[in-house]
Every structure is written in structure tokens, then in C-alpha cells.
Design a protein around this ligand. Structure first.
Ligand code: ARG
Length: 452
């Protein structure tokens, strides 16, 4: 394509080294969409005649069909998806030689990747919405089930399992805002920026922008061909999403162990052992967690590629896609399978309560009860703490203590206090906005449903 300036052919090794066809071929249809918009604009502005423009568009549609039917095999010797499509177009329709007027691969590749990424992110939005829907449904199913809440992996206070699910609704809802931001970030049309400085020809950037469904043309041609922020914005969303998934997986893996035992995973989402007949392993959760590093790695990979690059386009930028595809594929498959798995997770309430029996998770309730009777919180905390220490030493649970024993340690204790000392009362009484009280959880579910 550039032989005018050269006396020798590109070396085979260089062809192999510089080609990107194996990576960028998946954008073929998006590339043709961009080219059709460009060809129409060339015809409308008089840069080409309307007839030339129409014939180029017809040729492009034919190439699109050939690709869809698999009858056109691209060649690595033509470097990338863009050159392959243009070359095939020109075979079918010699006017294809006019398509690249007022265009560079630099604005072309930026346009093509934005179109492709936009389609994938819109699909991801639906996957995320389904995940959120399942989480809210779980919150509804499990509102009245009580599990231990942990800080430092130590039993802290009893919580509603519905409240736990809703905590993930918050995290994934923030992720969906980050995804929307990535979509907004790519929503500008690069066509017309040319190689870096625009064109001497009277292109109509508004027209190509509108044809391709972007909100506005990019504002600066230099930035247009240098910019990959819309990819890093996606990668940041993807990384945060996977970090959330990974933490969720750790909870479920832990609570599914024999030691905790209160989460029951669906058989069809677990695998067995080739040697140990009793095993039922949470491999899906472990793999989802295990893929997180790759997704974060792809964010870091692109950031490092970008950080030393001068304005404007540099060939380094061709390396922006491999990690992007890998991450898109991973996030999509993880979002789907985790949603399917979560929909079938069950809670063994008996085991969850049995676990709570071992701890002293109502100690805060005792201290707060004393506060209501006028005891300063620090003093109440000390009294309840001393009693826990005594119970631990003597191997007694709160539930084993008689009112008399309570009063030996805490003179302010009375019958009304005994009435609130159950895990169900403890959860119910945390009736503060955003808290775990059953009524609050129901309210949160309602508002989550509205936001869906
Ligand atoms: N395949 C290239 C890429 O992905 C297209 C741009 C090539 N531009 C250039 N000036 N050599 O970035």
C-alpha cells in the first residue's frame, strides 16, 4: 500500500512482527460500519460523486456478507483488518481505491474499536443488570435468615442474609455506573481526524458522527489518534467488578466449608475430585476469583503502554487490543456464570444460628441496653466485656445465664434486657437507615428494585 516511497518489499519477518490481523479481525463488521459512514460522507460532501459513494457502499456490504458467510479469508500479509477489507473491496469494486480519501488508519482504528467496544459494553450492561436482579431476588428470599456478620473474620453481630446480599447490590451498582462512564467515554466519533491533523478536503465530521450513532465528533484531532482513555476507563470498571466478584467468591467459598457450613452451593456448579469420593469443590467460585488477576493485569498493561508515549499515534497503540478482548470475554463469562450460581445458592439457617451460638455477638446489644438505662457507653462496654471474659473462662454461653447471674456481673440488668437477648431481636432492633433490621432490609430491597 505504501510502495511509492520504498524500493524494497517489507521483510517477511517484519510482516509477521507487525501484523495485527489475528487480534483485530474480530472487529471486521465494526470496521465496515465505519467505512460505510465514511463513504456516504464522501458522496454527500462532493469529495466523491454520489454514484461512486453508492458503489463503494455496495461493495462494502458484499465484503460484509462474505465475512459473515466465511467465504473470505483475510491474509496476514495485508497487516490488519482495515487493509484486508479495503483490499477485498477494491478487488470487488475498483472504486474501493477511493475509500481511504481523507482518512488514516489512525482515525479509522480509533473509530472501529469504539464501535466494537460499544456493542460489547452494551451487552455487558445487560449481564450486569441480570446479576443485580438475581442479587435482589436473593435478598428477598433470605431477608428473614440470620447469619453471623464478621469483621476481622471474627463474629461481630448477627445480620440478615438479605442485608448481606444487598451489600453486593451496592458494589455492583457502583460498577454499573463505572460501566456507564466507560460507555460515555467512548461516545465520540474520531473519523475526520485523519492521521493526526485533520484533512484539507471538506469532510463533514458531524455527518459521520451521526451515521455511526456517536454523540459528538472528537474535539481535537491530535488527541483523537493518541487517546485510549476510553479503553482504560473500561479496564478500570472491569478491574473493580472483578475485585468485587473475587471478594464475594471468597465469602461463599469460606461459608461453604465444613467449618462454617451455612452456605449450600448448587451441585451443578461444583465439581468432584478424581481421587476423593466425598469432595464437592467450589471450582466456579475459585476460577472467577482466579481470573481477577488477569483482568487487573490488562488495566496495568495498557497503562504502562500509554505512559511513555509522545503525542500522537505511535505503533505501540496497536498493542491495546489483545488485553481488551481477553478482559471483555472474561468479565462477560464471569458475570453470567456467577449470576446463574447465585440464583441457586441456599442458606442453612440452622447451621448459621448454631455458629452464632458459639460467639458472644449480642454483647453490643447488652452494652447499648445499659446505655438506654443511663450507663455511660464506656462503662457499659467494660461491664459487658468483663462478663464475656468470665463466660469464656467458665465455658458458658450468654443463653445459659440466668437473670441472677447477669445481675451478679451487671446490676443494671433486668427482665426486659433478657427479652431482647436473641439474635432475631438483635437484628430486628438495628432499625436504622441502611442497617440490618428486617424492615430496613425490606425498604432497601424496594429501592433496589426501583433502581433496577
Ligand atoms: N493496526 C493498526 C493499529 O491497530 C492500525 C494503525 C496503523 N497505523 C499506522 N500509522 N501504521 O493501531
Amino acid at each position: 500500500m505504501w510502495h511509492g516511497r520504498f524500493t524494497k518489499d517489507t521483510a517477511k519477518t517484519v510482516q509477521d512482527f507487525t501484523q495485527s490481523l489475528d487480534v483485530d479481525w474480530r472487529m471486521a463488521q465494526a470496521d465496515i460500519q465505519g467505512s460505510i459512514a465514511h463513504a456516504r460522507m464522501l458522496g454527500k460532501t462532493g469529495i466523491l460523486t454520489p454514484d461512486e459513494s453508492a458503489r463503494i457502499e455496495a461493495g462494502l456490504l458484499k465484503v460484509a456478507d462474505e465475512i459473515r458467510e466465511g467465504t473470505f479469508t483475510p491474509s496476514e500479509s495485508l497487516e490488519d483488518v482495515h487493509m484486508n477489507i479495503e483490499a477485498r473491496l477494491t478487488e470487488i469494486e475498483p472504486l474501493g481505491a477511493k475509500l481511504h480519501t481523507a482518512r488514516s488508519r489512525n482515525d479509522q482504528v480509533a473509530t472501529t474499536t469504539r464501535i466494537y467496544l460499544r456493542t460489547r459494553l452494551q451487552a455487558l450492561r445487560e449481564n450486569l443488570r441480570e446479576l443485580l436482579r438475581v442479587i435482589v431476588a436473593n435478598a428477598e428470599r433470605h431477608t428473614d435468615i440470620i447469619i453471623p456478620g464478621y469483621t476481622h473474620m471474627q463474629q461481630a453481630q448477627p445480620i440478615s442474609m438479605g442485608h448481606y446480599w444487598l451489600s453486593w447490590h451496592e458494589a455492583f451498582r457502583r460498577d454499573s455506573l463505572r460501566l456507564d462512564f466507560a460507555l460515555a467515554s467512548l461516545d465520540e466519533c474520531p473519523l475526520g481526524a485523519g492521521a493526526l491533523a485533520g484533512s484539507t478536503l471538506p469532510v463533514d465530521r458531524e455527518m459521520t458522527c451521526e451515521t455511526l450513532g456517536f454523540s459528538r465528533p472528537t474535539r481535537n484531532s491530535l488527541d483523537t489518534v493518541a487517546n485510549r482513555d476510553y479503553m482504560t476507563d473500561y479496564h478500570y470498571f472491569a478491574s473493580m467488578f472483578m475485585i468485587h466478584i473475587s471478594r464475594l467468591c471468597t465469602d461463599l467459598i469460606t461459608w461453604n466449608t465444613q467449618e462454617f457450613g451455612f452456605i449450600v452451593l448448587p451441585d451443578e456448579f461444583c465439581t468432584g475430585s478424581s481421587m476423593m469420593p466425598q469432595k464437592k469443590n467450589p471450582d466456579v467460585l475459585e476460577l472467577a476469583r482466579g481470573k481477577t488477576g488477569q483482568v487487573i493485569g490488562n488495566l496495568v498493561d495498557l497503562m504502562i503502554t500509554l505512559k511513555g508515549l509522545p503525542m500522537t499515534y505511535n505503533r505501540d497503540l496497536q498493542e491495546d487490543k489483545r488485553g481488551l478482548w481477553a478482559s471483555l470475554d472474561t468479565v462477560e463469562s464471569v458475570a453470567k456464570i456467577i449470576a446463574e450460581l447465585l440464583a441457586k445458592v441456599e442458606v442453612d439457617e440452622g447451621l448459621a444460628l448454631a455458629g452464632l451460638e458459639k460467639g458472644y455477638s449480642l454483647a453490643t446489644d447488652v452494652a447499648e441496653y445499659l446505655v438506654m438505662k443511663g450507663v455511660p457507653f464506656r462503662e457499659a462496654h467494660m461491664k459487658a466485656g468483663r462478663l464475656v471474659g468470665w463466660c469464656v473462662k467458665n465455658g458458658v454461653k450468654f443463653a445459659d445465664l440466668t437473670l441472677g447471674q447477669w445481675q451478679e456481673h451487671i446490676p443494671e440488668a433486668d427482665g426486659a434486657m433478657m427479652d431482647i437477648l436473641s439474635v432475631r431481636e438483635s437484628v430486628r432492633r438495628r432499625d436504622v437507615y441502611g442497617g440490618t433490621g428486617f424492615e430496613q432490609v425490606r425498604r432497601q430491597i424496594q429501592s433496589a428494585k426501583e433502581s433496577l
